[in-house]
Ligand binder design. Structure first.
Ligand code: ADP
Ligand code: MG
Length: 374
């Protein structure tokens, strides 16, 4: 059984991975040289202290550090249960980071399933009645429904009744939920129950027991909003890292590509990479079994769930990484492809323009889509 201590360790490791992506991108260093002489703007020690505070208070303000003229202006925070690092490479303007913080807080207050009076909380607690929500929330739900349809429900944002039975956050001692409760919950997972009135800006769930959970798409969507905000303020060279999911804005200041590291599944060290990819102005998003999980009776239970059974997907995959222009697409597709599995998932990627994927199997063999930059 994985306990809270181990989960916190995992959080720290993810955060370190986040920083690695930034560092690996910032300079042509490899993982080994990075480990021996970390050029990172925030040391793991400081991050540890920061995180200890963050874990205690849930959402917390952020800290920023700029150690030398050539370093990016970086700020690390904790929103959506995720360590988030934003690094700006062509500006000293901290007000951009303030604007990003405000935006993240606004998104969390609007989209969280568990935050009282968020748009999503209001929809889920309306007992089937239409609820007026913001236009932005409607358009995100509509984008998500596109992926529900594309995958015939393998991706389904009405998975909240099932998600709420599982505890992958290790708040308490996690355990596999009661089988009858899971069987009952899956009967309420059906994205066609979402009814949107575009003119009145309302959303209703025709099944009052249904519930929306945007966990599989929200971070990618927020990374797109953060990019817009950063560009609006005149910065064109930045990395947005949401718990290891990276949206690279533009190129490095010298015009060269970003070099993003993808962590080896279950590696002890966050500096242990399974692949690196060079990108300009692209999102690199991974969904994996090793991100949130616990073990019971030798079985690993992770947070990507099969909407038809209510249990963790077990199809030979350990992670899926998506390259796409928009983070919203990358996030939705990383989860979608994971649930669809290696064959159907890759088939879907090959049918989509401008999207590439890397699938990692349980035995760590890698498959790339035909246009993946090698
Ligand atoms: P992460 O949040 O670690 O980046 P994902 O993007 O794959 O990972 O999203 C996983 C989250 O999405 C889960 O924690 C849950 O809230 C939700 N989810 C799980 N299974 C599905 C599914 N089949 N369809 C839609 N959402 C899902
Ligand atoms: Mg996702």
């Amino acid at each position: 059984m994985i306990n809270l201590r181990k989960y916190r360790q995992h959080l720290l490791t993810s955060a370190a991975a986040a920083l690695l992506s930034v560092s690996a991108a910032a300079a042509p260093v490899n993982a080994a040289s990075f480990m021996s002489a970390p050029p990172t703007p925030v040391s793991t020690g400081r991050l540890g202290t920061l995180l200890a505070g963050l874990v205690r208070c849930g959402v917390a303000p952020t800290e920023e550090v700029k150690t030398a003229a050539s370093d990016p202006l970086t700020r690390t925070g904790f929103f959506f249960d995720t360590v988030i690092t934003i690094s700006l490479y062509d500006t000293d303007d901290e007000t951009i980071l303030d604007a990003c913080d405000a935006l993240m807080l606004e998104c969390e207050n609007r989209l969280s399933r568990t935050r009282e009076n968020s748009d999503i909380w209001n929809i889920n607690h309306a007992k089937g009645k239409p609820v007026e929500v913001s236009e932005e929330t409607i358009s995100l739900i509509q984008s998500a429904i596109k992926y529900c349809e594309l995958s015939d429900g393998a991706f389904d944002i009405t998975i909240a009744p099932v998600v709420s039975l599982w505890d992958f956050h290790m708040e308490n001692d996690p355990a596999v939920p009661d089988a009858d409760a899971i069987a009952e919950a899956v009967t309420h997972v059906d994205y066609t129950m979402i009814e949107i009135d575009d003119e009145k800006h309302t959303v209703a769930l025709k099944d009052p027991e249904a519930g929306i959970d945007l966990g599989a798409i929200a971070k990618g969507y927020i990374s797109d909003l953060l990019k817009e905000e950063i560009l609006k303020h005149g910065s064109e060279s930045a990395l947005i890292n949401l718990g290891g999911n990276v949206l690279a804005v533009g190129t490095k200041p010298d015009g060269s590509s970003w070099n993003i590291g993808i962590r080896r599944p279950f590696a002890e060290s966050a500096y242990d990479l399974i692949a690196k990819v060079a990108v300009d102005d692209m999102s690199v998003i991974t969904s994996g079994t090793y991100e949130r999980y616990f073990e019971q009776d030798g079985v690993l239970y992770h947070h990507i769930l099969d909407p038809f059974t209510g249990y963790s997907v077990n199809n030979g995959l350990t992670s899926v990484t998506i390259l796409s222009k928009a983070g919203t697409d990358g996030d939705a597709l990383s989860t979608t492809c994971f649930v669809l599995g290696p064959d159907k998932g890759m088939e879907l990627i090959e049918s989509l323009d401008g999207i590439e994927a890397m699938f990692v199997a349980d035995d760590l063999t890698i498959s790339y889509s035909s246009g993946w930059p090698q």
